[in-house]
Design a binder for this molecule. Structure first.
Ligand SMILES: Cc1cc2nc3c(=O)[nH]c(=O)nc-3n(C[C@H](O)[C@H](O)[C@H](O)COP(=O)(O)O)c2cc1C
Length: 184
């Protein structure tokens, strides 16, 4: 049975290498995982005053409903200044409120990231994983996914044309599918 994964990309750039990576992961996972990309660029900056009778602004309610409906969550993000981009932190904060109504609690989850640099978001993921645990997600610790993005490994349509990269992406998605299954 195909499980659904809510995917949040921590970059709003049209040419984001993290979005390209997320789409490549979606392709290799086809058949076992279905990706639902969650828009986070239209969320207002977190402001407690914007809650009205327990409901947030429309984009917040849409994001929360999408995440709540999914079997799992995948965060795909660059690192900014060795930490987590504000746009993704903002989405995580909105999803965690009101108290007792967090959409992150008990969600099977994983985080991955790509950068042009050698450490492939490893420093940022230290912060991101700490947040995921704090939010009550059941985060997959291993395998880890730190990708140095090399554009020549992708075809113009975004598909992966490098065999070792395809193997890496497939291995990671297989492990994530098992993580989700284990947690039921
Ligand atoms: C504000 C800012 C901070 C950044 N900090 C880091 C960093 O700490 N480590 C790193 O490898 N790259 C850093 N970068 C470069 C990003 O990895 C690079 O812009 C990458 O393409 C962003 O991912 P995206 O293509 O998905 O938007 C930073 C970029 C920005 C805009």
């Amino acid at each position: 049975m195909s499980r659904s994964v809510a995917v949040l990309v921590g970059s709003l750039r049209a040419q984001s290498i993290n979005r390209i990576t997320a789409k490549a992961l979606a392709r290799v996972a086809e058949g076992s995982l279905t990706f639902d990309f969650v828009e986070i660029g239209d969320l207002p900056l977190y402001n407690e005053d914007l809650w009205q009778d327990g409901a947030g602004p429309a984009p917040v309610e849409r994001m929360k409903a999408q995440v709540a409906a999914a079997d799992a969550v995948l965060l795909v993000s660059p690192e900014y200044n060795r930490a987590v981009p504000g746009v993704l932190c903002n989405a995580l904060d909105w999803g965690s409120r009101p108290p007792g109504k967090s959409v992150w609690s008990h969600k099977p989850a994983a985080c991955v990231g790509a950068s042009q640099g050698a450490i492939g978001t490893a420093a940022g993921q230290v912060h991101l994983k700490a947040r995921m645990v704090t939010l009550g997600m059941i985060a997959m610790g291993h395998p880890e996914f730190y990708l140095r993005f090399e554009p020549e490994k992708y075809a113009p349509d975004g598909s992966v044309q490098d065999e070792s990269l395809r193997k890496f992406l497939t291995g990671y998605m297989d492990a994530f599918a098992r993580h989700i299954e284990r947690l039921g």
